[in-house]
Design a binder for this molecule. Structure first.
Ligand code: PEP
Ligand code: MG
Length: 587
């Protein structure tokens, strides 16, 4: 048995060790068998029967998934039923069978190839991944052509699921059975259904492994490390031991962290803080709350655009916003208007190539250029605000005039909604992201114009320090604890507090234990982050005394370099509150 290590993308943290179970794949036929015209009629009946059978199975699976893991994961099957009920699919299949006088198997294979080709030509990753839904439905139909009763499923033993591209329905069904130790997949990434599902069910998963299906067979031993994105095939005993130890440590730590979800978010001396979640998909809402979020602090709405090849309609926007608002109710949901443009380019928006995209037509600059699209989004957000737990958040504000223009558009949209007698929150809070240094420097002026601020430290630091952190040549300069960054943050936070306005941090600084402690010391009480980091931050802040932190940060602000600041804070905190950094690097 050969020993191998493979690197992929860790999409769901944790470690599992177990035996491989390869998922079944339907291989579509490439054999074009000619049939007589009298057989054509029979083939059409076979096709319709296969479709009917597939529908029945989908309804059964949908109910099973709903019962076992909840309604929010069963919508995939509604989407599959819609694909099956699409008349253009049926008529395309029937036309191939009739005109080319072929068997149904070949017609399905042909339609499958056509669909995959279309999906693969789409540049956007999220949308490209949706090809698996079509693949999934057609595979089921294909299998049902040769209906021989229920195929023998896995024997129920705990195994590690390995596949090329786990179909969404297969993922929902198999992962809901409770016997999947981990998932290792050739393709895919963070935004695939399987990744989202694995994260919310706490199943370690690594995707994008390219060719793991060719390197393993059923029964091989596998270690899946979803935290580091590594998969080890047939590990020697010493490595197995090492990972068993790591797994135990991780599981204990996770259990400990999970306990914090139910604990009050307050420091040792009773100062409250609020962990919020940054999400990109509505499916993440439940996970966020189960990890202790007290609201959705940032919904990155550009992900609605990534889902489709055409521009989303007002209803497309509304459906997603109202679903999130309902699921989060009564907690708040901060919906950020699209942050596209720059490097987040989308085909359907037809943005011209810019010489320097990071300094170009991004976010609110883009929205104010295409006001009709912007108003569609504003209308949908306002309509979703009827329950009064939605807030509007505007990205990349540079100057006060932009806020004025946004307000005019909001007033126009409100008037239109009143005329149509559609409900919305008349007092929907309006906030802006502080992520352009110029906006940060006039926070005292900006804050008077809005209800709250949210500091986007990812962009703010990149623009303030003039460092692209994805550029390996200069990323060492990206230092959130650079004294100039801390001075700027202090200024922003104090300016907001002077006006009695709320200020949140939604950049990655909020998810790092040390940085979150610094932010707390500077007066931040709302921390919005990727939900999986909430327990870690909650644990760090709960183990501190507010008074001590404030004093330490005040002293740290006098130091000259990021390194001195970091060392000083760690040493000073460790003396009084050693638990604050306990395994701080593990999520
Ligand atoms: C930020 O810039 O810190 C932020 C939260 O926005 P995004 O990461 O979506 O650009
Ligand atoms: Mg940003």
């Amino acid at each position: 048995m050969e020993y191998f290590r493979l690197r992929g993308i860790g999409v769901s943290p944790g470690i599992s060790i177990g035996e491989v179970l390869l998922t079944e794949r339907v291989v579509f036929t490439s054999r074009k068998e000619k049939i007589s015209s009298s057989q054509v009629k029979q083939e059409l009946i076979r096709l319709r029967n296969a479709i009917e059978r597939t529908k029945e199975q989908l309804v059964i699976i949908r109910e099973e998934v709903k019962r076992k893991i909840g309604e929010e994961h069963s919508f995939i099957f509604d989407a599959h039923l819609l694909i099956l009920e699409d008349n253009s699919l049926l008529s395309r299949l029937e036309r191939i069978i009739k005109e080319e006088r072929t068997r149904t198997e070949w017609a399905i294979s042909r339609v499958h190839d056509e669909a995959i080709e279309i999906f693969e030509s789409i540049a956007d990753e999220y949308f490209r991944q949706r090809k698996s839904d079509v693949s999934d439905v057609l595979s089921k139909m294909y299998r049902n052509l040769e209906f021989t009763g229920q195929k023998k499923e896995d024997d129920g033993e705990d195994r590690i699921l390995v596949g090329h591209d786990l179909l969404p329905s297969e993922a929902a069904l198999r992962l809901s059975r409770g016997n999947v130790l981990a998932v290792a997949i050739d393709v895919g990434g963070q935004t695939s259904h399987t990744a989202i599902l694995a994260r919310s069910l706490n199943i370690p998963a690594v995707m994008g492994l390219r060719n793991i299906t060719q390197k393993v067979k059923n029964g091989d031993c596998l270690i899946v490390d979803g935290t580091d994105g590594e998969v080890i095939i047939n590990p020697p005993l010493a490595i197995k031991k090492e990972f068993t130890g790591k797994k135990k440590k991780y599981d204990d730590y996770r259990k400990e962290l999970r306990k914090t979800a139910k604990l009050s978010p307050s420091t040792l001396d009773g100062v409250k803080f609020s962990p919020l979640a940054n999400i990109e998909l509505p499916e993440e809402v439940n996970l966020a709350f189960s990890l202790g979020a007290e609201g959705i602090g940032l919904f990155r709405s550009e992900f609605i655009y990534f889902k489709n090849s055409t521009l989303p309609s007002e209803e497309d926007h509304f459906r997603i916003y109202s679903r999130i608002a309902k699921e989060a109710y009564p907690f708040p949901v901060y919906i950020r208007t699209v942050d596209v443009g720059g490097e987040k380019s989308l085909q359907q928006l037809k943005i011209e190539k810019e010489p320097n995209p990071a300094l170009g037509l991004r976010a609110i600059r883009f929205s104010l250029r295409d006001r009709e699209q912007f108003k569609i989004q504003l209308r949908a957000i306002l309509r979703a605000s009827a329950q009064k737990n939605v807030r509007l958040l505007i990205p990349m504000i540079t100057e006060i005039e932009e806020i004025g223009e946004v307000k005019l558009l909001i007033d126009e949209v409100k008037e239109e909604l009143r005329e149509k007698r559609l409900e919305f929150d008349e007092d929907i809070p309006l906030g802006v992201m502080i992520e352009v240094p110029a906006a940060a420097a006039i926070t005292d002026i900006i804050v008077k114009e809005v209800d709250y601020l949210s500091i986007g430290t990812n962009d703010l630091i990149q623009y303030y320090l003039a460092v692209d952190r994805s550029n390996e040549l200069v990323s060492y300069l990206f230092k959130p604890l650079h004294p100039s960054v801390l001075r700027l943050l202090k200024f922003i936070i104090e300016a907001a507090h002077k006006e009695g306005k709320e200020v949140t941090v939604c950049g990655e600084m909020a998810a790092d234990s040390l940085s979150a402690i610094v932010l707390f010391g500077l007066g931040i009480r709302k921390f919005s982050m990727n939900p999986i980091f909430i327990p870690r931050i909650k644990k760090a802040l709960r183990s501190l005394e507010s008074k001590t932190v404030v004093k330490i940060i005040q002293k740290a602000m006098k130091l000259k370099t990021a390194q001195e600041i970091e060392e000083f804070i760690i040493e000073s905190i460790l003396v009084k509150h050693p638990e604050a950094f306990l395994m701080g690097k593990i999520t």
